[in-house]
Design a protein. Structure first.
Length: 88
C-alpha cells in the first residue's frame, strides 16, 4: 500500500502519476496524518469497477437461486440450444 501526503500530489503530480502507474496500485493521500483521498490510474479504477459490477451480478444471481429461482444445468442449456437451433 502506497501512502503519500496530499502535499506530495500538489508538489509533484507527474511523479505521483508515474509511481501509481508503475506499481499499478492506488496511492492513499493523507492530510494532517489522516486519510483523505485515493489516487489511482484510470485503467485500474475501471478494472475495479468491472470487478465490482461482476460481483454485484453474481450476488444478485445467488440471492435469486437461494430464493428458489429456477436454475439450469449445462446439459439442460445445451438441450434447449439444440432445440432452438433445430426449430428454424
Amino acid at each position: 500500500m502506497l501512502i503519500k501526503s496530499a502535499t506530495a500530489l500538489r508538489n509533484d503530480y507527474d511523479a505521483m502519476v508515474k509511481l501509481s502507474k508503475e506499481k499499478q496500485e492506488p496511492i492513499y493521500l493523507t492530510r494532517n496524518g489522516e486519510g483523505e483521498m485515493v489516487f489511482m490510474p484510470i485503467e485500474l479504477w475501471e478494472k475495479r469497477e468491472a470487478e465490482l459490477d461482476l460481483l454485484e451480478e453474481l450476488l444478485k444471481r445467488e440471492r435469486n437461486r437461494l430464493a428458489g429461482a429456477r436454475t439450469y444445468s449445462m446439459e439442460e442449456i445445451d438441450r434447449m440450444a439444440e432445440d432452438i437451433l433445430h426449430e428454424g
